[in-house]
Design a protein around this ligand. Structure first.
Ligand code: FE2
Length: 359
């Protein structure tokens, strides 16, 4: 394993890279991003021939997957990555654009203090004057942010294997049903959406070893385009079910150190699920107290002012794209549990401005 995690209990921004020797092949799981990680992988590769497994297309897991180091490997990923892999930059540019559309200029740049009132006013002015110029500016800024945080994006091209939708099959371990693909006799790619729709976990049943990517994370999902609260909860619970049935002895997560031993794995899964439930119930209560469910700014202000320990901790975790995880979480809650059209109906300053511009 290569990790940026410095001590137990702490997380890291860039995903762990794992090396796996399985029954019929060698694998690099999530080559992550950045030159430094590529150098580390090269220096520590324990095998000469290997393929690459991607848990999902988020850049902190996948941006290095097309690097020269992997030119002789197959890059194996979920079929839905196919629509994203030609533009891995989409992870930054499209997601940023969507967040600004949904949260507004003030909400996206202002809420977490990324920009001051003068800059926000200037941006709103540009948006009003020329939406096209505003969008170009947004693209350039988010691309610059992407380059500085993620580094160069190496798109895998000729050597990508998308697992095939028509070969997706039911796979059962310890009476726990998954959908997925056998990669070999003793290695399986399992669909575990929620964090993102193209998310896979990789499972080695013989060793009771699960690579769970970003599925088991503090406050999940945080992807405004492809995340789902319902799916996250379903698949987190499924992992717990498998662990409780004795199916996971090592849980190799992406942004923390792996959990070793059945009891530790179960305790960790339960604690993450409990945090999810607490956050969910808090948001549900706040939303229920609002007669106008489309008042996103009002709802989010009440969420930010919530006094619970958990909410204070959540608010300290800022998205690399500057907006707090909780903004996305509330938006997805409204979309999935209150009104599927919420994205179009929310009342935020920028949406109001955009509507005025668009007539
Ligand atoms: Fe992710």
């Amino acid at each position: 394993m290569i990790t940026d995690v410095c001590e137990e209990g702490k997380g890291a921004a860039i995903a762990n890279t794992y090396f796996l020797q399985a029954d019929t092949g060698n694998y690099v799981i999530d080559p992550a991003c950045g030159k430094r990680r590529l150098r580390q992988i090269k220096a520590r590769l324990p095998f000469k021939e290997y393929d690459v497994l991607l848990t999902h297309s988020h850049l902190d897991h996948s941006a290095n997957s097309g690097a020269p180091l992997f030119i002789n490997s197959q890059v194996i990923c979920h079929p839905l990555v196919a629509g994203k892999i030609d533009n891995l930059e989409r992870n930054y540019t499209d997601i940023t654009a969507e967040m600004v559309r949904v949260f507004g200029v003030q909400g996206f740049f202002g809420r977490t203090g990324m920009l001051g009132p003068t800059m926000i006013k200037l941006l709103l002015g540009i948006q009003k004057l020329s939406p096209t110029l505003f969008n170009c500016l947004l693209y350039a800024v988010s691309l610059a942010m992407c380059r500085s945080k993620v580094g160069r994006i190496y798109r895998p091209t000729g050597n990508v294997t998308f697992l095939r939708e028509d070969q997706l099959t039911d796979i059962c371990f310890e009476n726990t049903l998954f959908r997925g693909w056998p990669i070999s006799k003793n290695l399986f790619a399992l669909e575990t959406p929620g964090h993102q729709d193209d998310h896979l976990s990789f499972y080695v049943p013989e060793r009771k070893l699960m690579f769970s990517g970003d599925l088991i994370s503090f406050l999940n999902p945080n992807d405004i385009l492809d995340g789902s609260l319902k799916e996250t909860y379903t698949w987190m619970k499924k992992m717990l079910q498998l662990a409780e049935a004795g199916g996971i002895n090592i849980l190799a997560v992406s942004h923390a150190l792996p959990l070793m031993g059945k009891d530790q794995v179960i305790a960790y899964l339960r604690s993450v699920i409990a945090k999810q439930e607490e956050a969910f119930n808090t948001i549900a209560k706040i939303v229920a107290s609002f007669p106008d469910k489309s008042d996103f700014d009002g709802i989010i202000a009440k969420v930010y002012a919530h006094e619970s320990k958990l909410m204070k901790k959540i608010l300290k975790i800022n998205y690399p794209r500057s907006v707090s995880f909780i903004d996305v979480y509330v938006y997805l809650y409204l979309k999935e549990y209150v009104n599927q059209e919420i994205g179009k109906e929310m009342k935020t300053t920028a949406l109001y401005t955009a509507r005025q511009i668009n007539g």
